[in-house]
Design a protein around this ligand. Structure first.
Ligand code: FES
Ligand code: FE2
Length: 360
């Protein structure tokens, strides 16, 4: 089966990408190397790395990575000892050095090997020759991103335009509220495709459809991200019946998607992030995290937050149900490619153009 696949940059003429991209393990491996190992990944929160010595172990494209804050700022390393590949850190915490959990080689937070016990009789062994392999780390607002690719352009190049547009939400003042994980039995791209269009709103989300102005819904693609504008419908009658109520300035919800797998949903003074992590050709985990300027003491008992999370759970359940059926049907003997709605699916086509660019 060929790895390359056809893609037409003209949305009105294009057919969707072949179904094998969603089911064949070959693409799962290829995406790991060519997409997840080369792009900026949302991996942690700045509050986890607030003080010098704070560290957290994360995973990127199947690699264990340790992120640390030292006096210079944020740094990151492959969590692989240069002796015999032990881990230099586990979990999270605060330390002045990183000590391997196997034979105890000790590294500074700048990645230099400081001490290697009982190596005196080893010829030409100089600790100064050994340094942990770095990764790139950067933060924006409360979010920490990292990439394994040392040649990747800086995070801000990749986010170009978002910080300015989202400035009025004051992301830097946002604090973490809570996290939820949803295992989904579909390819990560099925979930992303579904996120990138409002076309399914009337059928899949009748409740949400009532709250949003579907006619005004639009997707604005940029180089590595897209923005969905979903203005709220004006309130008529009892505002208490509504989950979201437009504020006096009429500001709309902004849904940013960052290639390949991150969503930043900004509305009414809160930020919700979604990260879609591939677990296999037909499995993924979606991690939701919420941030706000004034986090509640306990979101589980706070009435505003429990209502919000309940509504989000409902939407998520509707999306998961359709995504899982689509995943099964992508294996059908009769289906390979479809067509895009040129009016409603430009965001999906934009995602597929980036897949095509990175994979072929
Ligand atoms: S593997 Fe790290 S000290 Fe041996
Ligand atoms: Fe949806």
């Amino acid at each position: 089966m060929p790895i390359v696949f056809p893609f037409d940059p003209d949305l009105a003429k294009a057919a969707t990408i072949p179904s094998r991209l969603y089911v064949d393990p070959v693409y799962h491996e290829l995406e790991r190397e060519r997409i997840f190992a080369r792009t900026w990944q949302l991996v942690a929160r700045t509050e986890q790395l607030a003080q010098p010595g704070d560290y957290v172990v994360v995973e990127i494209a199947g690699e264990s990575v340790v992120l640390v804050r030292d006096a210079q700022g944020l740094r990151g390393y492959h969590n692989v000892c240069l002796h015999r590949a032990g881990p230099v850190a586990t979990g999270c915490g605060r330390r002045q050095t990183l000590q391997c959990k196997y034979h105890g080689w000790t590294y500074s937070l700048a990645g230099e090997l400081l001490r290697a016990p009982e190596m005196e009789s080893t010829e030409h062994f100089r600790p100064a020759d050994f340094r942990l392999h770095p990764v790139q780390v950067a933060s924006w607002g409360p979010l920490v991103f990292a990439t394994l690719d040392l040649k990747a352009p800086p995070l801000l190049h990749f986010l170009e335009g978002i910080p300015a547009r989202a400035a009025s939400f004051r992301p830097e003042a946002m604090r973490w509220v809570m996290r939820k994980e949803y295992p989904v039995r579909c390819n990560w791209k099925v979930y992303v495709d579904n996120y990138l269009e409002g076309y399914h709103l009337p059928v899949v989300h009748p409740g949400l459809h009532k709250e949003l102005d579907y006619d005004q819904y639009r997707v604005e693609p940029h180089r590595y991200w897209s923005l969905q504008h979903a203005p709220l419908r004006p309130v008529q009658g009892n505002a208490a019946d509504r989950t979201y109520v437009a504020d006096a300035t009429g500001s709309d919800a902004q849904y940013y998607w960052l290639f390949p797998n991150v969503m930043l949903n900004v509305y009414l003074g809160q930020l919700q992030t979604n990260v879609v992590l591939p677990d296999g050709p037909d499995r993924c985990t979606v991690v939701f995290e919420w941030f706000a300027h004034d986090p509640p003491a306990d979101p589980a008992t706070d009435p505003v937050w429990s209502r919000r999370v309940h509504f989000s759970d409902e939407i998520q359940a509707e999306d998961v149900e359709i995504c899982e059926v689509v995943q099964k049907n992508l294996r059908s003997r009769v289906y390979d490619r479809g067509r895009y709605s040129a009016k409603r699916e430009n965001g999906v086509h934009h995602f597929h153009s980036l897949l095509h660019e990175f994979l072929t």
